[in-house]
Design a protein around this ligand. Structure first.
Ligand code: S3P
Length: 419
């Protein structure tokens, strides 16, 4: 069982944005509760290569911003490692800057589609080259002299939206970006606090260029996507009671709370408060023996896209048939998460069927130990470490280090919570 309380580490999405927006602001920025995960460190490394002074001191990050037009041409290739957020958002910034830069990443990044960003940036007048018609790394960008854009997004993606908002800061007129379903809005919230001229009207976002962004002190709330594994662990292991403190509860991210409630899981939000424009609270989660199945579709998908591997484990312990659909995007995350979840859960004895755009899971089932292929995907590794809590026999992960991408210290924390 899991018992205890802990302070949640910083949010990955917000940590990336804090470094990026600070780097292109004017003045000194301080970032507290920054996530020192590999992905966010990749973002720091890219901006240092563009001449930004970024210091880490006692867990805080200090960024001396270069101003909106002050980044330097990097002397070296920008390596984003495993980070999709870094490469997609940075393209929006590079598109507005008058120099050439080349972006690469690891073998997972090499398989992830970039056209969703490079295509609209080309429409804004940016010159971009890359493999297969600017769809894959290496990507070479020659930015500057951007036109505004009026763009209806065809994929639901906060990364694409954010890249276009960032490029729009450099356009020579008002840009409008329209989403199909609202995705995480940390970019809109944080850029506004930096002084950007952004107006959100339902699913439409209007951005007017500004001369400068102005430095901020940023407090990064805890990452609900990281909390998801502990939440599921507590819900499914007998006798558990866990308090997770300082969880970011921005409603574009809290789909998992709605799903847990719909499945009859016990989760309570305590101490709800507003910190730097983001809602934060503590979560009390208890073992819930009477879980039942649910359906998850496009109306909620962007609010829990990263939590599907954890939710799939939860569904194996719920009575009835859980259907997860409209989740095609999972195929182009750090790994093909539909296949990774379905194949590994089947190995563990779950009743699970793969769909073109999701999966169907029939519960409750007793899980058995297995050798799990993580595909070096941090969220697959953490999801199956939770399955291990209830399995007969051990779960062996082929790679544990990959959790450092988003949750350094994860296994120690899990061990400390275990009684
Ligand atoms: C992120 C957006 C999501 C998410 C990723 C982080 C962000 O990706 O899966 O982990 O920080 O904007 P998409 O926007 O591509 O869905």
């Amino acid at each position: 069982m899991l018992r205890g309380s802990f302070e949640l580490i910083g949010d990955k999405s917000i940590s990336h944005r804090a470094i990026m927006f600070s780097s292109i602001s004017k003045g000194r920025n301080k970032i507290s509760n920054f996530l020192m995960g590999q992905d966010c460190l990749s973002t720091i490394s890219c901006f240092r290569k563009m001449g930004v002074d970024i210091q880490i001191d006692n867990g805080d990050v200090f960024v001396k911003g270069n101003g909106l037009y002050g980044l330097k041409k990097p002397q070296d290739i920008l390596d984003v490692g495993n980070s999709g957020t870094t490469i997609r958002l940075i393209m929006g910034i590079l598109a507005g800057n008058n120099f050439e830069a080349t972006l690469i990443g690891d073998e997972s990044i090499a398989k992830r589609p970039m056209k969703r960003v490079t295509n609209p940036l080309q429409l804004m007048g940016c010159r971009i080259e890359g493999n297969e018609d600017a769809n894959y790394t290496p990507i070479k960008i020659n930015g500057g002299n951007l036109k505004p854009i009026d763009y209806k997004m065809s994929v639901s993606s906060a990364q694409v939206k954010s890249a276009l908002i960032l490029a729009s800061l450099y356009g020579n007129g008002m840009s409008t970006i329209e989403e199909k379903v609202k995705s995480r809005n940390h970019t809109e919230i944080m850029l506004k606090s930096f002084g950007a001229d952004i107006n959100v009207d339902g699913l439409k976002i209007n951005i007017n260029p500004v001369d400068e962004l102005y430095s901020q002190n940023i407090y990064v709330p805890g990452d609900i996507s990281s909390a998801a594994f502990i939440i599921v662990g507590a819900l499914i292991t007998k006798g558990s009671e866990v308090v997770i403190k300082n969880v970011g509860l921005n409603e574009t991210r809290t789909g998992i709370l709605d799903v847990v409630k719909a499945m009859n899981g016990y989760i309570e939000v305590l101490n709800k408060r507003l910190v730097g424009g983001e809602v934060v609270g503590d979560l009390l989660v208890r073992y819930s023996p009477n879980l039942y199945a649910t359906t998850i579709d496009k109306s909620i998908m962007p609010r829990l896209i990263d939590e599907i591997p954890a939710i799939a484990i939860l569904a194996t312990q719920a009575e009835g048939t859980t259907t997860i659909k409209d989740a095609k995007e999972l195929k182009v995350k750090e790994s093909n998460r539909i296949k990774a979840v379905v194949d590994n859960l089947r190995l563990m004895g779950a009743y699970i069927e793969e769909l073109e755009d999701g999966m169907v899971i029939r519960g409750k089932s007793t899980l058995r130990g297995a050798n799990i292929q993580t595909f070096k995907d941090h969220r697959i590794a953490m999801a199956f470490s939770i399955a291990d809590l209830i399995s007969d026999g051990n779960v062996k992960l082929d790679n544990k280090e990959c959790v450092d991408i988003s949750f350094p210290g994860y296994f120690e924390l899990l061990k400390n919570l275990q009684l």
